[in-house]
Write a protein that binds this ligand. Structure first.
Ligand SMILES: C[S@@+](CC[C@H](N)C(=O)[O-])C[C@H]1O[C@@H](n2cnc3c(N)ncnc32)[C@H](O)[C@@H]1O
Length: 283
C-alpha cells in the first residue's frame, strides 16, 4: 500500500478483536431501531423513482444490511478493509443478505465507479479515519454518488451542547452500578469519548483511568470486559469540535436534514442526510 494512502494501524486493525465481541455491546455502538428508521427514511427519499437502486455500505454494519435485505431488490455493495470483518458481521445478521457484493478495500481509495450509487451508508465511519484524511473520505463518497444521491451517516463529534463528564465522577457512579450490556455500553463509551477535549479518543487513556480503580469490584468487572473487547493503543478521530470536523464535510456536502440519535451518544450524535454540493474542481 502506498504511504500516501495507508491508514495508520491504530485506525484500521482493531476491528478483528472488536468483531468477536460486537454482540456484547448495545445500541450506541450499534445503530438503534430509531436510528435505522431514520436511515431508511432518507434512503427511501433518495431511491424514490429509481428502477434499480444501488446502495453502498461503508463498513459492514449488520443492522444496516438487515434493513437493506428486508427491502429486497436493492443492489448492495459492502466495502470494508477486512473481509474477515464482513464475514464476522454477516454472522450477526438476522436476515439472509440479499443481492450483496462484498469488496475488501479502503474507503479512502475506493475504486468504485463514479456517479453510480443512490446512497452511501456509513455508521460512525468518520471517527475511524484519521483527521488528516477526512477530506479523502468525503471526496470518494461525493465522486461515487449518482445525481440525486445521498450520503446517510451517523456521526459523533463534540457539539456545543455535548456534556464532557468528569472521569472520576463517572467512575464513582459506575462503581455502584453492576455490569449489564447496557451499563457496559454506556460506561465504556462515555469514558472513552466524552471525558476529554483532546482531539483523539484513545483506549490507553481509558485503561489508565480504570487501572487506578481496580480495587472496586464493579470497576474491575467492567475493566475485564472492556479488555476483552478493545485493544490498547487504539485511537478514534472523535474528540474534536463539530466546527472543526464539519469544515471538510461541508466543502463536499450540504446537510439536507438530520435527526438526533437516541442511544448513549444522543447528545453528541445525529443521523445526517447529506446531499453533494455541485463542485467543479474536485479531483
Ligand atoms: C463502520 S465502522 C464503525 C462501526 C461501529 N458502528 C462503531 O460505532 O464503532 C467499523 C468498520 O469500519 C472498517 N474500516 C475502518 N476504517 C476503514 C477504511 N479506511 N476503509 C474501509 N473500512 C474501514 C473496519 O474494518 C470496521 O469493519
Amino acid at each position: 500500500m502506498a504511504p500516501s494512502t495507508a491508514v495508520p494501524e491504530t485506525y484500521g486493525t482493531p476491528w478483528k478483536k472488536i468483531a468477536a465481541n460486537w454482540a456484547k455491546l448495545g445500541d450506541g455502538n450499534h445503530p438503534s431501531p430509531h436510528d435505522l428508521a431514520i436511515y431508511k427514511k432518507y434512503m427511501d427519499q433518495a431511491i424514490a423513482n429509481v428502477a434499480e437502486p444501488r446502495v453502498v455500505v461503508f463498513g459492514a454494519t449488520p443492522e444496516l444490511r438487515d434493513m437493506l435485505a428486508r427491502e429486497r431488490g436493492i443492489a448492495v455493495t459492502v466495502l470494508d478493509l477486512n473481509l474477515e470483518m464482513i464475514r464476522a458481521m454477516t454472522e450477526l445478521m438476522t436476515e439472509a443478505p440479499d443481492r450483496e457484493t462484498w469488496i475488501e478495500g479502503n474507503w479512502l481509495e475506493a475504486r468504485l465507479p463514479s456517479n453510480t450509487y443512490q446512497v452511501v451508508f456509513g455508521d460512525q465511519i468518520r471517527g475511524n479515519v484519521p483527521f488528516a484524511r477526512q477530506e479523502d473520505l468525503y471526496r470518494t463518497i461525493h465522486r461515487i454518488l449518482a445525481p440525486g444521491g445521498a450520503h446517510v451517516t451517523r456521526d459523533t463529534s463534540h457539539l456545543p451542547e455535548t456534556r464532557i463528564h468528569d472521569p472520576e465522577e463517572l467512575i464513582a457512579k459506575f462503581a455502584a452500578v453492576p455490569s449489564t450490556k447496557e451499563t457496559l455500553t454506556e460506561f465504556m463509551n462515555t469514558l472513552l469519548f466524552l471525558t476529554h477535549r483532546n482531539p483523539e479518543s484513545t483506549t490507553d487513556r481509558m485503561f489508565s483511568l480504570l487501572e487506578r480503580h481496580l480495587d472496586q469490584p464493579f470497576i474491575r468487572s467492567y475493566y475485564e470486559q472492556i479488555t476483552e473487547i478493545l485493544p490498547r493503543g487504539q485511537s478514534w478521530n472523535i474528540g474534536r469540535s463539530w466546527d472543526e470536523v464539519s469544515r471538510s464535510l461541508l466543502r463536499y456536502f450540504e446537510i439536507a436534514d438530520k435527526e438526533q440519535d437516541d442511544t448513549v451518544f444522543a447528545d453528541t450524535t445525529y443521523v445526517y442526510n447529506l446531499k453533494p454540493r455541485a463542485i467543479s474542481n474536485l479531483s
